[in-house]
Every structure is written in C-alpha cells, then in structure tokens.
Design a protein around this ligand. Sequence first.
Ligand SMILES: Cc1ncc(COP(=O)(O)O)c(C=O)c1O
Length: 388
Amino acid sequence: MRLAQRMSKLGTETAFEVLARAKQLEREKKIEVIHLEIGEPDFDTPKNIKDSAIKAINQGYTHYTPSAGLMEVREVIAHEVSRTRNIKVTAENVVITPGGKPVIFLPILALVDEGDEVIYPNPGYPIYESVINFVGAKSVPIQLREENEFRLDTEELKSLVTDKTRMIIINSPQNPTGGMLTQKDLETIAQICISKDIIVLADEIYSRIIYEGEHHSIASVPGMPERTIILDGLSKTFAMTGWRLGYGVMNKELAPYIAKLVTNSASCTASFTQMATIEALTGPQDDVDKMVEEFRKRREVTISGLNDIPRISCKTPKGAFYAFPNVKEIGWESKKLADYLLEEAGVAVLSGTSFGKYGQGYLRISYANSVENIKKGLERIKEAVKDL
Ligand SMILES: Cc1ncc(COP(=O)(O)O)c(C=O)c1O
C-alpha cells in the first residue's frame, strides 16, 4: 500500500504499544504483569457524573451538536476557566473536543505553516513532536533537566527563539516528569511571547492533580489571554479517559477555525458526554479531592520505593501521577531496560525516550495503580536490576 508521504513524519504514543505487548505476555505466558505504563486514573468515574450522562441519554441528548459544542456546556466551561485562571472568557472562547488531544492537533494544524518553528518540552508528551513534524514544521525541543526540577530554563528558551518561532508549547504539571513551572517562569515565557508575537499552547490537563504549591496558568499573565490556547478536559481530573471530553480555550477569532476543523473531522463531541460535563464541573468535587489524596499516598510509596533501589534515584514530582526515575547508573539504555523489565520481570514501565531524546537515562512510572501493585512492581524492579 502506498501511504501519503506525510505519514512518515507522524510519531506515536508508546504507552499503547507497551500496554498491548503486556497484555500479549499475560495471555501467552499466563503471567501477571504489573501495569505501571498507562497514564490513566484507575478510579471509577464519580457516580453523579455517570448518572447525569444516563439522564442526558434518556432526555434525548443522542444527536449531533454544533461542532464547537453545546452553548450551555461552553458557558459552564468558560465560567470554570474564568474562575480558576482569574481571566474573563465566555462561551465564544471555548471549543469542546473529543478528549484533550485534539487541542494539540487542531491548533497546530490551524496556526503552524510548513517551515515555521515550534518549541516544545523534551522529555514531554510525544504527541507535540509528532504533530509538529506532521505539518512540516520544525520541532525545536527544549530540554527539561532534572537538576532544574524538570522546569524549562527560560534563558535557554530565549536562545531557541528565532524569527520563525510560531508557537511555544508548555505543560504544567508535566507528563512525564511531574515538574511544574513557577509563576516567575510563566512571566518570563509570557514576556518572550509578547515581544516576539508567539502563540502559547498551555497544556493544563493535570492542573487539578497537584501535591505541592498551586497551579499557575500563563493565560493569567496580562497580555497573554489573547495569545494562549489552554488545553484542559475531564480525562484525568474526573477519571473519564474513555468519555473523550476535552476543551480548548482561546482567542475568539481562532475558535471558529478550530470548530471548522472539528466539523471536518469528528463533527462534534458526544452530546451526552458534553451534558455530563455540567455535572462534573458544577457538582460536588469531593471525589476529585479523594482521588488526589489517594495519588498523594501512592506518590510517597512510589518515590520512597524507587529511591530504595540501588543505582536508581527519583525526584519527587509536584503534580500529575508519574515518577521519572534516573537509571543512568545501571548503564543500560532506557528502552532496553524497559523491555527487559517487561519481558523478564513482568513490570510494564515506559522508557524515558518514549518522551523524546532527552528522556535517555530515565524511565516513566505511572502510579495510577494500587499501593499493593506499586509495591509489588517496585520489588520486582529491585530484584531484576540487582545483577545488571
Ligand atoms: C500532557 C497530556 N496532554 C494531553 C493528553 C490527552 O488527554 P486526553 O485523553 O483527554 O486526550 C494527555 C494524556 O495522556 C497528556 O498526558
């Protein structure tokens, strides 16, 4: 089969491949694999949200909606984003999408031309680099270093900006490191973007999953609302990855173009999922608080367990539900080590290089699993690396 040339530039998210291999091993070898690879909360979606979706189906919310989303839902999202980011946005600034991911794909498609440059975090969520390359732009990684708590270095950022820089992508709290940008970092990034007329894609999908400090949005910095696209959604906060509900909050001029791309692709986001968003955002938030507290406990177990393994060290993540241990002393390439841990020890983790070249020397461990399984997984890793 002859594929279009652009397909050779498209990357992927290895978590899904590792999950598939782990499931295959479970079937073929009849072993129990400990899953520390996939980035999704293992909790059930809160009951009040499920009930509101069922009610919406019974009320007939089973048809197409406008591509940008139902007006009443966009209004609720606008209200929530205005409140949490301390900015003033309305429904016209909001486009609802099937999951947060399209808020990476569609704005890059709409705003970035071939030959433009986009700066993105590395190690970072692999879809950024994939989509930048896919549209024929130049992907310019900015390295996130452990010694800088995995925050980008704003001086280095300045040195990477050129006349061709069209967009800077930031992600805080960050996947895969759990690092968070400070208010000062955001102000400096904002200054750069304003002076050079650069757009920011602010991936804030983990903004409610924070253990230390508070979430700051670059959109709150004066001069930034009009040049920021906020990516957020329900997947992580409400354990709703399968529901596919995300949203982008952006300049009113841009929103209709993003909606037009939705018309050309998904048409719209499922209508009852949209209706359940009202309950998620305006209903009781106790379940979210409980999930975050549970993640906090798992974080302690994960970080202390990792630091207990000779030749592995791990910084404490500030948000999200990932640990990014340094395994350089073991002396194996990260991918080889991750494969070995899966095949020989039955623990599925991701290679740091699944998040870009600067992830070499690290693994990503998702602690979205029970304390019992995390402990078991870490014991297996300790045993497996002993003689390497
Ligand atoms: C940093 C980051 N952005 C966006 C997404 C996409 O989220 P969704 O499942 O809502 O498409 C993820 C999911 O893993 C993520 O880690």
